[in-house]
Write a protein of this length. Sequence first.
Length: 129
Amino acid sequence: MRFTGSKTIRILAVVAVIAAVVAAAGLGAFHSISIPGFVNSRVTVSGSLQPPNKVDIAPTHVEFINTSTEEKFSAPVENGHYSIDLPNHAFYRIQVTWTLVPGSRTGTSDSGTLNLNTDTSRYTYNIPW
């Protein structure tokens, strides 16, 4: 196979871009890569609960319930923050589980809905409760 000058330049440019991405990823420079036309099937959703606590009540878990399948995804709340991987392109009902401090009484609070439809691998969503 014989390459002409313009084909060689294109191949070298692609190789250079791939090498730069691999090198940067190895150094931890990328947290996420978004490629136009590529849809992420899972997304890391993270954020804080607003407010972080209510008087003597502290959030302990947040649950995302897919409104189509009723599949549940749960993440712990630590210092008012959470992080969870969720399937993209779905609607979720959100429930916050809380505990009474001091004590052992617990409960849940309906906290709205999330329409997760993004082309990035990370999404920030602060939950009002």
